[in-house]
Design a protein around this ligand. Structure first.
Ligand SMILES: [Zn+2]
Length: 348
């Protein structure tokens, strides 16, 4: 899985960024584009509950779970920042009510429902922003995520949603696997890829903030959660079997003491999707779009919006790529279409 220690020298720092061990704040970098008018019109703040797990660690529990760790001298670390700039203000206000200020925001990954409050917390509350290697560019310039989802081209108008396109924010330091010390708090950064390439989990005082490394039961029940790499996710599931914590906090859903059932549910979802794709291809070669449509229809989750379809397509492709790596499926380009088919089985 390519684990490295923070400060080991291999962590590709962005221009202007500093390694996480250093205390000096660099000059602010160029922020990404401001959200469009359409994204700022209507937005109701979700109800967020302050749920104390330990004397110094709490979860801001809402549709997206954020974390708070109380450090020295009234400083707090914030893990993920919710959806939309108003989430950033909401977090800052909840901290202020308790005599705290956000000293640092640690993102688990670049998705907009976890980074929406970054810009507010950096610009208005003076927090420093820490983003995982491989995610930092998108945290700073979220439009790249849209380009990625739209197949490498400029996305069409109307595809964007607040969840997909938050306001960009300057990244002060890139986080690699290893130990950080922030505001007097020791934080273990664990590389947990699969949902995204650079996804990190943060283990603080016995509480493991998982971000979207694991899909919640509700996400698994409502369709197929976005996955960048099935093989990396399977490695992460295996790794998490041996990571001990008092609390496990997924990015969506309930904090919990036991992680094994959720690991098993995530594993079964991957196995089920692979089996569904193989069953479809048993009927003969099929185009990518047809595989996507049939897999999601089969789950009772038909796709109606372009953003949904783009994430679904990427997720199905991640499963096809995994099966291709096992020599269980193959592809060919025929008459301008990519057709997938079953192979006779793994070679050798
Ligand atoms: Zn995500």
């Amino acid at each position: 899985m390519g684990r490295r220690s923070a400060g080991a020298g291999g962590c590709g720092l962005l221009p202007g960024a500093r390694r996480v061990e250093r205390g000096e704040a660099p000059a602010a970098e160029r922020a990404g584009p401001a959200p469009s008018q359409a994204l700022t019109k209507t937005w109701r703040l979700p109800t967020v509950e302050w749920l104390a797990l330990t004397p110094r660690v709490a979860v801001l529990k809402g549709p997206v779970n954020c974390g708070v760790v109380v450090g020295q001298a009234g400083q707090a670390l914030v893990v993920d920042s919710g959806m939309g700039s108003r989430s950033g203000r909401q977090i800052a206000e909840m901290l202020a009510e308790r005599g705290l200020r956000p000293a640092a925001v640690l993102n688990t990954h670049a998705h907009g429902d976890h980074t929406g409050g970054n810009a507010y917390l950096v610009r208005e509350a003076g927090a420093r922003l820490y983003a995982p290697e491989h995610e930092a560019t998108w945290v700073r310039s979220p439009e790249w995520g849209m380009v990625f989802l739209f197949g490498g081209a400029e996305p069409v108008a109307g595809m964007t949603t607040r969840r997909l396109l938050p306001e960009g924010a300057p990244v002060h330091a890139v986080v690699c696997e290893g130990t950080l010390r922030l505001a007097g708090v020791r934080v273990e950064a664990l590389h947990l890829p699969g949902h995204t390439r650079g996804h990190m989990g943060y283990l603080v005082e016995g509480v493991l903030f998982l971000g979207d490394a694991l899909a919640s039961e509700a996400e698994l029940a409502s369709g197929l959660p976005y996955t960048y790499s099935v093989s990396l996710k399977l490695q992460t599931l295996e790794r998490l079997e041996s990571v001990r914590a008092e609390w496990y906090v997924p990015g969506h859903g309930e904090p919990r003491r036991e992680i094994a059932p959720l690991l098993q549910a995530n594993r079964e979802a991957i196995e089920g999707t692979c089996a569904a794709i193989q069953a479809l291809l048993a009927g003969g070669p099929m185009s990518e779009e047809e595989v996507v449509a049939r897999v999601f229809r089969g789950m009772g989750a038909p796709l109606h919006r372009l953003g949904e379809f783009s994430m679904a397509r990427a997720t199905v492709l991640s499963h096809l790529s995994y099966l291709h790596g096992l020599d269980l499926v193959a592809y060919e380009v025929q008459d301008g279409r990519v057709l997938w088919r079953l192979t006779a089985g793994p070679k050798g």
